[in-house]
Design a protein around this ligand. Sequence first.
Ligand code: GDP
Ligand code: IMO
Ligand code: MG
Length: 420
Amino acid sequence: MVDVILGLQWGDEGKGKIVDYFAPNYDIIARFQGGPNAGHTLYVGGKKVVLHQIPSGVFHENTVNLIGNGVVLDPVTLKKECDTVAGFGVDVRKNMFISQRTHLILPTHRALDKASELQKGNDKIGSTLKGIGPAYMDKTGRNGLRVGDLLDKNFTTSYIRLRLKHQRLLDNFNFQEDITAWEEEFFEAIEFLRSLNVVNGEYFINEGLSAGKKVLAEGAQGSMLDIDFGTFPFVTSSNTTTSGVCNGLGVAPQKIRDVMGVTKAYCTRVGSGPFPTELHDETGEELRKLGNEFGATTGRPRRCGWIDLVALKYACMINGVTKVIMTKADVLDQFKKLQVCTGYEIDGKESAYIPFQMTRHQINPVLKSFAGWNQDTSKITNPADLPVTMKEYVAFINQFVGANVSHISNGPGRDQIVTV
Ligand code: GDP
Ligand code: IMO
Ligand code: MG
C-alpha cells in the first residue's frame, strides 16, 4: 500500500523531518509533485540539510527514492543536491530513481517565471522563481521536455525549438537578462542527469507494490497552495493534495492507505496571498523569531499567525487525512496565551467555509483563546509528560477538525517527536 505525507497549510510544515522520521518503515520514498520550490529540512547526524528535489528518504540505507512523473525537475539543482548528499556518503546511483515522464525545468522557464512576476508588480504571486509555473504550463500546454527525452538523439533540436518559443515570450515581456551562464550550467547538469537511474516510474512503483514493498509518497508545498483547492491565484502550479499522488506517481486511488497530514501548531505563509490569521504585531514577530521562520529555499521571512482550523478542517476533507502530525509545538512553549481560529467573519457574517475567492472579502478570524503551557517541552519523549494545557489544545483541534493528532513534533531534531 501507499501512505502519504503532505502539508495541510501553506507549506513548510516540517514535512522533510517527518518523512525522514517515518522513512525506515518504508521501502520506497517517492516525491509526487512540485519541484525545487520545495525546501525540506532534515538533520542528519546533527547536521542540517535542505532538500529541494531529492526525496527526504535519501539518508536511509534500506530505502530507495523515486522522483515521480508529477515532479518538475531542475537538473542544475539536482546535480548540486546530489553533491551535497554524496558528502554524507550517499550514492544516489544506488538509491535514487527518476521517472522518464518527469518534466524538465529549463533555464528559460526560470526566466519566464521572473519576467511574469515582474510584470505582475504588486499583484505578484511571490513565486520562488524556480521556473515552476512555466514548466507546468509547458506540461499542460503539451510543449515540455521530459527526462526520457534526454536519451533521444534529437534532444538538442527539441531544446532549441522550445527555447525559441520561450524567447518570443520573453521578448514580449521585454525581459533582457542574459541567461547564457544558466544554459551552460544546464547542459553540464544534463550530462550528469543522463548518468542517473531513469526508469519507467509507474511500473517501478506498481511492480514494487505487487512485490509487497511499502511506499511513502512525499508531498511538497501545502494543501492551501494546491492549484485547484488553494487560495488561487496565490498558489503553486501542481496538485499538492492526495489526488496528486495518483497522477504524480501512477498509483490507483485504492492503493492509498494512510494520509498523514502535517500541520504546524500555529501557521505560516511565505509569498503573497490571503492569510486570515496573520499577525502583524509583536506576537507574529515572536513566532517568527522562536520558530526561526525564514524560507528554506529563498530565505524570505515567513508570515506568521495562529493556527487556522477552518483551513485545517478543509485540508483534512480534501485530502482524506487519516492522521494529523503536529509540528513545532515547542515554538509555543513561551506563550502565556494561545489562540486558534474557529471561523471566518466575512463581510460581517460568520462562516465555517473557505470562500471561493478569499481576496475578494475582508476576512476577520474568529478566535478562541487557550492557556499556554509555558514550559520547555522540547525534551519530552513520553506522551504522559506533555503538559495538560497542550493536551487540551490538541484535543480541541482533534474535535474541531474531526481528526486525530497521532504525533507531536517538539523540535527540529530527528528524535524530537512524541507519539500520542
Ligand atoms: P518542509 O518544507 O515542510 O519540509 O519544512 P521546512 O524544512 O521548510 O521548514 C520547517 C522548519 O522547521 C525547518 O527549519 C525544520 O528544521 C524545523 N522544524 C521541523 N519540525 C520542528 C519542530 O517540531 N520544532 C521546531 N522548533 N522546528 C522544527
Ligand atoms: P515546501 O515543500 C512554502 C509558495 C511561494 C509562492 C507560491 C508559488 O518547502 O513546503 P512557486 O515557486 O511554486 O511558483 O510559488 O507558493 N511556495 C512555497 N511556500 N513552502 C514551499 O514548499 C513552497 N513552494 C512554493 O512562496 O507564494
Ligand atoms: Mg519548506
